[in-house]
Design a protein around this ligand. Structure first.
Ligand SMILES: Cc1cc2nc3c(=O)[nH]c(=O)nc-3n(C[C@H](O)[C@H](O)[C@H](O)COP(=O)(O)OP(=O)(O)OC[C@H]3O[C@@H](n4cnc5c(N)ncnc54)[C@H](O)[C@@H]3O)c2cc1C
Length: 589
């Protein structure tokens, strides 16, 4: 029997995870290695939209928009628990305006387009022309066509009708938690590999270096507060896919030192984009469960989005960034810029710094371009993804450049079509119609909630608490929510993490089933507690205590690991946490 082929995927962002899943489907062994956690790069720091990219039409990117719209439809069907249609309002200051600028942009004359944009932005006719094309390119049933109207009509988002008398309504979709979507891609890949009997491993918090002869060593990083007993893994891949996003060039320098890093063509020219998470009841109510897509004072696109029932997400900026992507932060100027953009749209709400619950910033892995490309504007750089084969690698090695949340699956298909033949295999399947493991909607969602509620009642929660917990578990784990209660060996696992509706058993589930290794992994990317307005120091200590019980964290390091997570939320994201309650269970042995 021929030896199993192995592809190493570097990077467990949404693209690396989607690629791993697509490859596994065709019977190749896959090891995914991430220097940090799954879904912690640009995937987490995005605007969380699954969209065709209306704006790209002006840049003539018809193919990208068509592909994105087809994927939008698929992701809503295949992951309805995580990707949901969202109606958008696009306000306009007048009827005319923007048509000449759009034509200039389409002709590649960005500087002229900016000159012609004027102070009033795109008018209703320009917007409507773009949306008509958007509607025509869209595939799938149930996507309503756009309509135009006067802004004063209820129950639309209450944008300033005096400044923006006209509006268009159209639909796109929102992926509330791309972090969770990424993990589910990996869970599905593991399931596929188990069915096929092929190798599949995910090594998070591991650094990769070459050891010669095309071999790699993945060595565990001493992730803050980790168990510290994981062994290094030697890998003998037949091919490598470098899906490390904005880190692509740094990764190549680390894994291909035999080449000449100085002479190697740089692939990424990243731009940073910041977001605000606002906690303001008035603004959340004014949105009326719509997203708003508008132009900031400088003409850049800005999104104001409902983010769960209580929060509002605002983004984003677009600023060239050449540093380590892990160090990108939302600066004061960006925070003021985004607040000003919201102020233009909703002057009656008067948002201020005090409404910012937290902020975040990510680096777009855009292709490196010649100076002046895209009209000298970051917004003009193509959002298409590219797959670049490395000429100086000792074994077949490709790097993924660019990509969007929206196109992760179609990108993965393209990567599989290129990589599999290079390792002597054929494409044997596609994920086009394969739901994610947690997929549920309508009656199947109701069943998932009922199962999760029953688990809570068995664990001793009161009926109202079990209801709230069941809903929250399904929001996070979809159809897999009921399985969380299997991790309830100790009665303490049935108790709720301080201030939340999630049981400690969920932490164990994330460790056993979803590769969670650190307090930060659980808080920020598995249980999505980092965005929960009730998150407090006690919650984080409870997570650390559950990690100790799960054998993932040494007891003598638990307090320090919890403090490090709390401190990082404050330093990186400006998040203030509630103090711990006096007698949380985290204080018990
Ligand atoms: C501000 C902003 C807004 C965006 N908004 C949207 C949007 O609304 N909709 C949309 O469709 N797209 C959006 N995008 C684009 C999208 O988020 C990204 O293109 C996508 O998440 C990239 O995923 P990735 O897996 O390629 O990279 P990442 O998510 O960055 O993952 C790369 C991974 O590689 C790991 N890594 C780094 N170095 C190494 C190494 N040496 N070895 C192993 N692992 C390593 C990192 O830890 C990380 O986990 C946005 C992007 C940004 C930045």
């Amino acid at each position: 029997m021929a030896a199993e082929r192995l592809v190493v995927v570097l990077g467990a962002g949404i693209n690396g995870a989607a690629i791993a899943r697509e490859l596994v489907l065709s019977g190749v062994g896959v090891v995914v290695v991430d220097a940090d956690d799954a879904g912690g790069g640009a995937t987490a720091w995005s605007t969380r939209l699954v969209h065709g990219g209306l704006r790209y039409l002006e840049y003539g990117e018809i193919g990208l928009v068509r592909e994105s719209l087809a994927e939008r439809d698929r992701l809503v069907r295949l992951a309805p628990h995580l990707v949901r249609p969202l109606p958008f309002l696009l306000p306009a200051r007048g009827r005319t305006g923007g048509l000449l600028a759009a034509a200039a942009r389409l002709a590649g004359l960005e500087s002229l387009a900016r000159r012609w944009r004027g102070s009033r932005g795109r008018g209703l006719w320009a917007v409507s022309a773009g949306l008509t094309l958007y509607d025509l390119l869209a595939t799938g049933a149930g996507w309503p066509r756009h309509r135009t109207m006067r802004t004063g009509a209820a129950p639309l988002p209450r944008v300033d009708a005096a400044a923006f008398p006209f509006a268009a309504i159209y639909a796109d979709a929102q992926m509330l938690f791309p972090e969770r979507f990424t993990v589910e891609l990996l869970v599905d890949a593991r399931r596929l590999a188990a069915e096929a009997g092929t190798r599949f491993e995910v090594l998070t918090h591991h650094a990769v270096r070459p050891t010669g002869g095309g071999r790699l060593l993945a060595a565990p990083a001493d992730a803050a507060g980790g168990r510290g007993d994981a062994a290094a893994v030697e890998l003998r891949p037949d091919a490598i896919v470098n899906a490390t996003g904005a880190w692509v060039d740094r990764t190549l320098d680390a894994v291909l030192p035999a080449g000449d890093p100085a002479g190697r063509r740089r692939l990424i020219g990243g731009t940073k984009g910041s977001h605000l998470v606002l906690r303001t009841t008035a603004l959340r109510a004014a949105l009326a469960d719509h997203g708003v897509y508008a132009e900031a004072a400088d003409g850049r696109p800005v999104f104001v989005l409902p983010f769960g029932p209580a929060l509002v997400l605002v983004g984003t900026t677009d600023i060239p960034f050449a540093g380590d992507p892990a160090t990108a932060r939302a600066d004061d100027e960006e925070i003021d810029y985004l607040l000003a953009a919201v102020g233009l749209l909703f002057p009656q709400v008067a948002v201020s710094r005090g409404d910012v619950q937290q902020h975040y910033c990510g680096v777009r892995p855009l292709p490196s371009t010649a100076p002046g490309a895209g009209g000298g504007q970051p917004a003009g750089i193509t959002r298409r993804h590219l797959l670049v084969r490395q000429p100086d690698a000792p074994l077949p090695c490709w790097s993924v450049v660019g990509g969007k949340l929206t196109t992760c699956r179609s990108l993965a298909e393209q990567v599989a079509a290129e990589v599999l033949p290079a390792v002597g295999l054929a494409v044997r399947g596609t994920t086009r119609d394969r739901p994610l493991p947690g997929a549920c909607a309508g009656p199947s969602r109701a069943t998932a909630v009922a199962e999760a509620v029953a688990g809570g009642l068995r664990a001793g929660l009161s009926p109202p608490a079990a209801e709230r917990t069941g809903e929250r578990l399904v929001a996070i784990f979809g159809a897999r929510a009921g399985a969380v209660w299997r991790h309830c060996d100790d009665p303490i696992d049935g108790t709720l993490l301080e201030g939340t509706d999630l049981p400690a058993a969920a932490v164990r589930h994330c460790v056993d089933e979803e590769w969670a290794a650190t307090v930060d992994d659980v808080v920020c990317r598995r249980l999505m507690l980092s965005f929960d307005e009730r998150l407090g120091r006690g919650t984080i200590r409870d997570v650390a205590a559950a990690l100790v019980r799960a054998g993932r964290l040494r007891a003598d390091r638990a307090a320090a690991a919890a403090d490090a997570c709390a401190e990082s939320l404050g330093r990186r994201h400006g998040r203030t946490l509630r103090p711990a309650a006096a007698a949380g269970y985290h204080d018990r042995p």
